[in-house]
Design a protein around this ligand. Structure first.
Ligand code: ATP
Ligand code: MG
Length: 441
């Protein structure tokens, strides 16, 4: 007995969310909905089709699709074994590898090239800080089956249009060309020679990458490495005619569309699979996490993932960083107003009448909140009225026992006049529509 009593008084311990993985709270939902709306319009404007892949994939998708010697695969993936069948699985850390997996599996390039987009949560085990989370959200576009510089320019124009649409300030485009594998091999030899000559200055990560993927040393964020990286041989100087032609064509198309860009010879991107054009959109407004989006061409990837060779390019943006930059730019939309109508009652028969009217209003497309007493019993009209005011509703519909006895409701203006009028119960919808239309004129 005593034991049971003790248990009752013991407060259950609360369970927190996982570090670096955030709730989207109601107060912020409208901003996300706005961003998602703009993204849908953008993709429609350019003829991109939506493709959704699962959040979990076989680990091999990312090992092969991103490359073993990358931050993501080396240390950031949430990988686990399915304890029921032993499959090696991973929470997706990015979109492209999974999209390519799906395109191959579903034979989506069978009838020719495809323009695709995706959005959703991604997972990386990083140190959480402003603009860097363990669950974050990306939006991305992928144009598959197009080899020319036209589509590189197209996806960059999409990005620029998006920043304009969202009112982002201070976003710069940086661009580079990674050429082709043979050109990178020549550059790689020069790079290895340079870094070997300066081996004492390399940090641990770079020591290792010198043997596995020296190009990625250029991607290092370690401040003490920056001077050394600055002096390294430039890949651009190793590009052949074809690669230069592609790179120049992209730049001319951007120029013709008044898109300024800066060539950044050290831009190599974090993923292994890129070739030719690579680019990033950066800002100084978000501190260390200044890259809001990045992408480029990845012609070898589809074949490398087991599909029929086809060129491709795309980019991905971090939605949290973009929303943060919208905040800094003062371009977040005002939070949307609440419902149209708040319905008050006194329980019993009045609840039944109120609920029927609320449903009738909703069927007519009018956003309606029905008062529900927190104690499940009843509440005074005074306290209900406070809730009605706070709801953002334009009008209240009030049904008390006196009104019900006369088959009436009161319709009260909550915004301007505060006027109140009696309306027959079967005329409430018409009266509400008249009032709402009148108020919006
Ligand atoms: P960073 O250099 O900041 O680590 P990245 O090169 O790893 O970025 P990508 O893999 O190119 O990033 O992902 C595209 C975009 O997704 C980034 O430009 C960024 O806006 C966003 N992003 C990447 N990682 C995170 C994260 N952990 N939290 C929030 N956003 C992220
Ligand atoms: Mg990263």
């Amino acid at each position: 007995m005593t034991e049971d009593k003790n248990k009752k008084t013991e407060k259950a311990q609360k369970i927190n969310g996982v570090r670096g993985m955030n709730d989207l709270l109601p107060a912020d939902a409208a901003q996300w909905a706005h961003l998602e709306h703009v993204l849908r319009d953008l993709t429609r404007a350019y003829g991109y089709e939506f493709l959704r892949t699962p959040i979990v994939e076989a680990t091999a998708v990312f090992q092969r699709g991103i490359g073993e010697v990358t931050d993501i695969v080396e240390k950031e993936m949430y990988s686990f074994e399915d304890r029921l069948n032993g499959e090696q699985l991973t929470l997706r850390p990015e979109g492209t590898a999974a999209i390519v997996r799906s395109v191959i599996e579903n034979n989506l390039l069978y009838e020719g090239p495809k323009r695709l987009w995706y959005t959703g949560p991604m997972f990386r085990h990083e140190r959480p800080q402003r603009g860097r989370y363990r669950q974050f959200h990306q939006f991305g576009v992928e144009a598959m089956g197009f080899a020319g510089p036209d589509v590189d320019a197209e996806i960059i124009l999409m990005g620029q249009r998006l920043w304009d649409e969202l009112g982002l300030k201070g976003v710069r485009l940086e661009i580079n060309s990674l050429g082709q594998a043979d050109e990178r091999a020549l550059h790689r030899a020069a790079l290895v020679k340079y870094f070997e000559q300066n081996a004492v200055q390399l940090d641990d990560d770079s020591q290792r990458r010198l043997l596995t993927n020296p190009l990625r040393i250029l991607d290092s964020k370690n401040p003490v490495m920056q001077a050394l990286i600055e002096g390294a041989p430039r890949l651009l100087d190793f590009l052949g005619d074809e690669s230069l032609k592609h790179f120049n064509a992209v730049q001319s198309l951007l120029k013709a569309n008044n898109i300024p860009c800066k060539i950044n010879p050290r831009l190599v991107r974090g993923l292994d699979y890129y070739n030719l054009t690579v680019f990033e959109w950066v800002t100084d407004e978000l501190g260390a996490q200044g890259t809001i989006a990045g992408g480029g061409r990845y012609d070898p990837l589809i074949e490398r993932m087991g599909g029929k060779a086809a060129p491709a390019c795309g980019w991905a943006m971090g939605m949290e960083r973009v929303l943060e930059l919208m905040k800094v730019s003062g371009s977040l939309p005002d939070t949307v107003p609440g419902c149209d109508i708040f319905v008050l009652h006194q329980g019993g028969e009045t609840l039944i009448a109120a609920m029927i009217i609320a449903e009738r209003l909703r069927s007519a497309g009018i956003d309606t909140i029905l008062f529900c007493p927190p104690d499940g019993q009843s509440a005074s009209f005074k306290s209900q009225m406070k809730k009605a005011d706070a709801s953002g509703a334009s009008y209240a519909v009030i049904i008390g026992p006196d009104e019900l006895a006369k088959n009436e409701a009161q319709l009260k203006d909550l915004r301007s006049s505060g006027d109140q009028q009696a309306v027959a119960l079967d005329q409430v919808l018409e009266a509400v529509i008249d009032a709402l239309v009148g108020a919006s004129e």
